[in-house]
Unconditional design. Sequence first.
Length: 168
Amino acid sequence: MDNDSEEKRLDTLILGSGNILFGDDGFGPAVVDHLIQNFELPKKALALDVGTGIQELLFDLILTEHPPEKVLVVDVMDQRDPPGKLFWLKPEFLPERTSGIFSLHLPPVRDLLLELKKKGVEISLLCCQPERIPDTMQIGLSHPVSHAVLKASDKIYRMLNGTADDSD
């Protein structure tokens, strides 16, 4: 890799995944929005609200010659924990199959994340236990998930700046 390419390469790409029209599914985009509005991210970090378009972006990252060193996906995942609970996950531990049209966790996304990992990209997922994802459009996060947005943003910021502790 030449020096010019190395200078332009992102260290960390943060992807807020989810649909803001369906309650707590908007957690990922809300975290990215909060990060951008309230924190000064390092120059080699980029936070993007990818909505429900994560599959296309991951595919593009696989095809690029110089992917970022790290990709952090922020989304909800039902683990039957208390609403608003945050947890870290590696792509290998994503379920192979789940139901739900807007699920990040459908097999193509899992496979794309694992393919990126094969290219040497460090992949992490910061997930939040949703309280509710309605069947019909309902904008707005539940109280526990709204509170988790603040905690997740702080965790990500500390991770980017090397100040995260073992409890993160």
